[in-house]
Design a protein around this ligand. Structure first.
Ligand code: AMP
Ligand code: MG
Length: 350
């Protein structure tokens, strides 16, 4: 009771802009979910509240994973993919995710396409049994990739439902972590009264990071950007109250006859994207936008990706080419810096 009162007083003090009520506490947890290691760190005045936040988040993440894994038998995605053209019921909140994901497919001109899954499977990226898919087979696979065939409807007793034509399959792997990141950020914002969290760094694994506020000392969060060509960090990106998404052919790939085949599929060829990029990082408010766009920009390549940024200008990006060249958008000029000892030039778009 005493603790709750204290937390309440601190929340009030924070609302009134008073500081120094109590030392900022930290609580962190590391879990393995959605095929990756996630590290969640939250900061606030009350250690018990922080523990509650992270146990709630952990449960939420496992639930989310169980529903959205394309490879897990009985998951929502598995049900949709095996429904042979029939509608499958989805939750009301899930409907929002499907709408957002489809809108992103459209916004990227189909570079992001949540129906790329038959090609993902043909190349063996779903179970690590890799093979190079022959051209003729790819021609057939391309016909099965078309996000406009995914239908969202309220047909089943007024409840939202999804269907894909028989033979086609969906996979939300390119956007799920981003969507989850946005939900966790919202959860923090909506529960300030019960669980005051002054700042947080939610690292949802290789592809999505959500920074809530700044570090407890007021400085930006510092995120290492991996060099696609090696194990080291290439540089550091500073984030304050923003999200970040990275995609690349260094995250999951196989090599055959000296050629690297990465896990991001070009929907136009049903083959691993071969755009000359090795990695893309996107920074924006929405983690979903970051996640979806990093995958899409990787497919587009530098030239098309830069033109896309020029058209929208609602995100920032770091493009790393296979030859090691780095190009950034102007909004990251102050926030991205190379590691000491890195002497590459960083080109800034205008
Ligand atoms: P990400 O790591 O966010 O770039 O997402 C890559 C994952 O999304 C892959 O492992 C596939 O499961 C799936 N995927 C591959 N290519 C595409 C694509 N062009 N559009 C949508 N999803 C894709
Ligand atoms: Mg993505």
């Amino acid at each position: 009771m005493k603790k709750r009162l204290l937390a309440g007083l601190c929340a009030l003090a924070m609302t009134l802009g008073l500081t120094g009520c109590m030392r900022t506490q930290e609580h962190s947890t590391t879990i393995f979910a959605m095929d990756t290691v996630m590290t969640l760190s939250v900061y606030g005045p009350d250690q018990d509240a922080l523990k509650n936040v992270l146990s709630t988040f952990t449960e939420l993440i496992y639930q989310f994973q169980n529903g959205l894994s394309a490879t897990r038998e009985g998951s929502l995605i598995d049900k949709i993919n095996t429904a042979r053209g029939h509608f499958t019921l989805i939750g009301t909140q899930d409907a929002e995710m499907w709408e957002d994901a489809l809108a992103l497919c459209e916004r990227t001109g189909g570079a992001l396409d949540i129906t790329a899954y038959p090609a993902v499977k043909a190349w063996g990226f779903h179970n690590d049994e890799y093979r190079v898919v022959p051209e003729e087979e790819r021609g057939e696979l391309v016909k099965k990739i078309d996000y406009t065939q995914v239908k969202l409807s309220e047909e089943l007793n007024g409840k939202p439902a999804v269907t894909v034509p028989e033979g086609m399959e969906v996979d939300l792997g390119a956007v799920a972590k981003g969507y989850l990141g946005d939900r966790l950020r919202e959860n923090i914002a909506h529960n300030q009264e019960h669980w005051p969290v002054t700042s947080a760094l939610l690292d949802l694994g290789q592809s999505t990071i959500v920074a809530v506020g700044a570090r407890p000392d007021g400085s930006p969060w510092r995120i290492g950007i991996q060099d696609p060509a090696g194990q080291d960090y290439l540089g550091v990106l500073e984030l304050t109250d923003q999200s970040m998404g990275s995609s690349g052919n260094y995250q999951r790939y196989f090599e055959e006859d000296g050629v690297r085949y990465g896990h991001i599929i070009d929907p136009h060829t049903a083959a691993p994207a071969d755009s000359g990029l090795a990695g893309v990082t996107v920074v924006a408010d929405s983690a979903l936008l970051c996640d979806g766009l990093s995958t899409a920009l990787f497919v587009m390549g530098l030239e098309e990706g830069a033109a896309y940024w020029e058209e929208y200008r609602d995100f920032e990006a770091i493009f790393i080419e296979e030859n090691g060249n780095i190009t950034i958008t102007p909004g990251l000029k102050e926030d991205f810096s190379l590691q000491p000892g890195e002497d590459r030039e960083v080109r800034v778009l205008e």
